[in-house]
Design a protein around this ligand. Structure first.
Ligand SMILES: [Mg+2]
Length: 266
């Protein structure tokens, strides 16, 4: 793909029929509103019904790619989506098979350090996942600078990778990201040979945008403009659901809001 704004193919409006499309969706901030606490997101009948219909119409080429663990995704999605990538790709389920990365040897030490930090910083919250741990500071935004310094030191000391998201720092085993998870799905039927589209809101979703672009597809940034590898943009979670409803009624995914060239990194 060429650099600059004169020859970028993906800036043109695109219409992708269901038969040629694989759809990858982030959850928090994309399909569900961002909440103060991760457990604040629960099942939603309208959302899950929509996802179930989409998965059927796409013959299974729908996957949710999230930072949450697969068990948590099942709690929220109530089985509406079978293909899941959890913890930024460290967990992946498809066709009833679950692939799991091994937990890092230093994960326990990281968890202890996060709890100690959180006790000193009221309003912060530690979230434990099977293969990672996260420090949320949405409830204590004044702690951000200190949390970042603490994260740098902890990552250097333990070897776990830091991933910065929206008011959260996650510590996870190096070696996987949302892009690798999407790439792995795209090697397998029924995804293989189709055009991947990935919608996400967070910085960690940029890995996914890069992956789908490399595979001939399109990233959709959800939320306000920012430097991004996505080619298109939707305003927020409500716009995502309206876009999915439009696709279900037209039998085609319409991509028509290109990201401004000045916001593009590729
Ligand atoms: Mg998100």
């Amino acid at each position: 793909m060429a650099v600059g704004h004169e020859t970028i193919y993906s800036e043109r409006p695109q219409r992708l029929i269901f038969e040629q499309t694989s759809l990858f969706l982030d959850l928090d901030g994309t399909l569900a509103p961002l909440t103060q606490r991760p457990e604040g997101v629960g099942p939603d009948a309208a959302r899950n019904g929509r996802l179930r219909r989409l998965a059927e119409r796409l013959d299974g080429r729908l996957a949710v790619v999230s930072g949450r663990g697969i068990d948590d995704l099942d709690r929220i999605l109530e089985g509406s989506v079978e293909a899941l990538a959890g913890i930024h790709g460290l967990q992946r389920r498809h066709g009833g098979k679950v692939a799991l990365a091994a937990a890092h040897d230093n994960l326990d030490a990281v968890v202890r350090a996060l709890h100690a930090f959180s006790e000193r910083m009221p309003g912060t919250q530690v979230e434990l996942k099977p293969l990672s741990a996260a420090l949320h500071y949405r409830g204590a935004p004044q702690a951000e600078a200190e949390a970042r310094l603490f994260g740098d030191a902890l990552s250097a000391r333990t070897g776990l990778k830091q991933q910065h998201g929206s008011m959260v720092i996650e510590f996870l085993t190096p070696g996987s990201d949302k892009g690798e998870a999407i790439h792995a799905f795209m090697l397998e039927p029924p995804f293989a040979g189709t055009i991947p589209v990935f919608a996400g809101d967070d910085l960690t979703d940029e890995d996914g945008f890069r992956a789908v672009t490399r595979l001939g597809g399109f990233g959709i940034l959800v939320g306000p403009p920012r430097p991004t590898c996505a080619a298109f943009r939707l305003d927020g979670e409500a716009a995502v659901h309206a876009w999915l409803d439009q696709a279900l009624s037209l039998n085609v995914f319409v991509l028509e809001a290109p990201v401004e060239p000045s916001y593009r990194r590729i």
